[in-house]
Design a protein around this ligand. Structure first.
Ligand SMILES: [Zn+2]
Ligand SMILES: [Zn+2]
Length: 257
């Protein structure tokens, strides 16, 4: 059974002490590809290093909306060069986060727009982070893309209406272990109705460990728990979920499988 963790942050200091063991445990758990997603200048550099260190690790280049304030034009053009590497398969995570507003809204929008244009120019899919900002994110996407969009809304936790909209625009939707949380009944309903050919799996490690490990560090190997949950919610075998989501991730990110 082959699985792909389409979104995690192995470059974070949380993994400094045992990064190699974490990568090996992921392999043992059937994770054949890991997509390490960048959030900042520093994280882009580390992601590039990680992709060079392992055949199974691919990367994305981008600046998280939290860090948008730090992204000047020089930084963004150097990241664009970095994104031309063949192991860099996406632009992200980029988007809008009006929940924490760690960068001013105008700056978040400005940086998001710049990365959208890089994704179009380099023909790379977008990994979108959108929190408390779904309407604004969708407005921007509709304005910036005329035809079908390429990308994923990661850690999706929106409602049925926004699910329909993002699927209608051509995006994939990605779920994390937060679907296992006790109070996530509404989100499990969304998982149930999401069409399987548009679903991706991710851990977003080190964040969002599954319910029984809540508060602890998450890691790619725990994708197995997400697989259990999705299989139960969908009423489909684990093999079928693994096959379909791996095919989806490979179709979107071209991970050589
Ligand atoms: Zn995110
Ligand atoms: Zn993330």
């Amino acid at each position: 059974m082959n699985l792909i963790d389409t979104h995690c942050h192995l470059d974070f200091p949380d993994f400094d002490k045992d990064r190699l063991s974490v990568i090996n445990r992921a392999k043992d758990a059937g994770i054949v590809r890991i997509l390490n997603v960048s959030c900042s200048m520093k994280s882009c550099k580390k992601t590039s290093e990680l992709t060079r260190g392992s055949d199974s690790i691919y990367g994305s280049i981008g600046i998280h909306p939290h860090d948008a304030a730090s992204a000047d034009d020089a930084a963004i053009s150097s990241l664009k060069e970095m994104a031309k590497d063949k192991k860099i398969v996406a632009i992200g995570e980029v988007g809008l986060d009006y929940y924490r507003n760690l960068s001013p809204k105008e700056k978040q929008v400005e940086v998001f727009l710049k990365f959208i244009s890089i994704s179009k120019e380099l023909n790379l899919p977008l990994i979108i982070h959108s929190r408390n900002a779904m309407a604004e994110t969708l407005d921007i996407i509709k304005r910036e893309f005329k035809g079908n969009c390429k990308g994923v809304f990661h850690c999706f936790s929106g409602d049925e209406k926004s699910l329909d909209e993002i699927l209608g625009l051509g995006f994939y939707v990605s779920f994390t272990c937060n679907i296992t949380f006790k109070n996530a009944e509404r989100l499990r309903e969304i998982v149930k109705i999401a069409p399987m050919d548009k679903v991706l799996l991710e851990t977003d490690a080190p964040f969002l460990a599954p319910q029984h490990l809540r508060g602890k560090r998450n890691e790619p190997a725990y994708l197995a728990y997400l697989l259990d949950a999705v299989s139960e919610i969908k009423g489909l075998s684990k093999e079928e979920i693994a096959d379909t989501t791996t095919r989806n991730a490979n179709r979107l990110f071209k991970l050589g499988i």
